[in-house]
Design a protein around this ligand. Structure first.
Ligand SMILES: Cc1cc2nc3c(=O)[nH]c(=O)nc-3n(C[C@H](O)[C@H](O)[C@H](O)COP(=O)(O)OP(=O)(O)OC[C@H]3O[C@@H](n4cnc5c(N)ncnc54)[C@H](O)[C@@H]3O)c2cc1C
Length: 337
């Protein structure tokens, strides 16, 4: 039998227990196409699974669930000071970042230690510490789930935005991303302006800044701030930071003078969702085996025996209370399954 009923507990970083009724993994494109054809024959909708670090399982998965295990990384063309590189979608994102550093390439170091796979990275245009993948993205190759045909998407086709792309919105669920290409710097061009990067590099006693030093600093910062999913189940930031107009911001600051924000453009600002959630008293909340992390209010957690529906219900309660107190509607970053 091509598809197997499989427990997903080890396949999602929340550690939630749900079943995939029809599960299979693929290691090459031909296998992927065969599985898509088999699903089409059974008239079954398809979902793709990477590292399971950005999904919340609220029920068993009725779709055919295909786990992407495509592997491989390669240096492609050199274009002046830039190097084109490629990674298969099933590669671990962090391993790929470390590999680019081993090749002496710069650009992805600020995105060190983000969990998940290369193939999922474009879906929400992963970002951290002042960099998003769109800054270095070149193109990707994907298979259309309904036709089995291969397509190339260039950067301008992907409609990247803050934790968004065409693959999360307009054309969500239509493609299997198989390979992603990036254009990286061969000469130093660093971004150390964000957060405590510079400070941590200094603390680590590093004299000369390098992509490797930035990566090490970011790994240390992330390990000190974010709960490790191997210890407490979570999917990183559960909500996006809301963007509001400057007028709305100015009015809110009258009521909440401590409210932090950062400028997006002349007309809008972003407000840290974690601060809003904390102000509503949720930080450290825990019930039914799920809760809000005690150090990071943006991260919802499963303490071990929790249920996806309880995490979802908690997220709905948080959205309602933030809306009531600030009249701001939080949007979930995590994909609800
Ligand atoms: C501790 C922690 C910290 C995190 N920090 C960050 C952060 O700093 N910045 C950030 O942006 N994100 C962060 N995340 C979220 C997460 O790591 C990213 O969204 C990551 O890209 C998800 O990869 P994945 O392979 O686990 O995707 P999955 O969770 O497996 O899938 C996510 C979505 O992408 C789809 N998908 C996955 N692979 C493919 C494919 N090959 N083709 C088509 N669709 C696919 C799935 O169907 C699903 O809809 C964090 C998560 C955790 C647990």
């Amino acid at each position: 039998m091509m598809f197997k009923s499989t427990s997903l507990q080890q396949y999602n970083t929340f550690g939630l227990n749900a079943m995939a009724k029809k599960f299979a993994a693929f290691n090459n494109i031909e296998e992927c196409k065969l599985l898509l054809a088999a699903a089409a024959q059974q008239q079954m909708p398809v979902r793709i699974l990477g590292g399971g670090s950005n999904i919340l399982l609220t029920q068993d998965v009725e779709h055919v669930l295909l786990k992407n295990d495509l592997l491989g990384m390669a240096l492609l063309d050199r274009l002046g000071d830039l190097q084109l590189v490629s990674a298969a979608a099933g590669e671990s994102w962090h391993s790929f970042v470390l590999w680019t550093l081993d090749q002496g390439l710069q650009g992805l170091e600020n995105l060190s230690l983000i969990p998940g796979t290369v193939g999922a990275a474009p879906i929400q245009n992963i970002g951290a510490y002042g960099v998003e993948i769109k800054d270095y993205f070149h193109s990707l190759v994907a298979i259309d789930i309904s036709s089995g045909h291969q397509h190339t998407f260039l950067k301008q086709d992907c409609e990247f935005g803050y934790r968004e792309s065409i693959f999360k919105k307009k054309r969500a669920g239509e493609f299997v991303i198989c390979e992603v290409r990036f254009l990286l710097n061969t000469i130093p061009k660093y971004n150390t302006s964000y957060g405590a990067i510079g400070e941590v590099i200094a603390q680590q006693g590093v004299q000369d800044i390098s992509a490797r030093a930035i990566s090490k600093a970011i790994i240390a910062i992330r390990q000190s701030k974010l709960p490790d999913p191997a210890v407490i189940g979570n999917a990183g930031s559960f909500f996006k930071n809301p963007e509001i107009s400057t007028e709305r911001h100015d009015a809110l600051v009258q009521l909440h003078p401590q409210m932090p924000s950062y400028k997006v453009n002349d007309n809008s600002v972003k407000v840290p969702a974690g601060w809003l959630i904390e102000q509503c008293g949720w930080k450290g909340y825990s019930a039914n085996g799920v809760g809000v992390h005690k150090l990071q209010a943006l991260v919802l957690v499963n303490y071990g025996q929790g249920k996806g529906q309880d995490v979802y219900k908690l997220s709905a309660d948080i959205i309602a209370s933030v809306q009531e107190k600030f009249d701001i509607v939080l949007e979930r970053e995590v994909n609800i399954w």
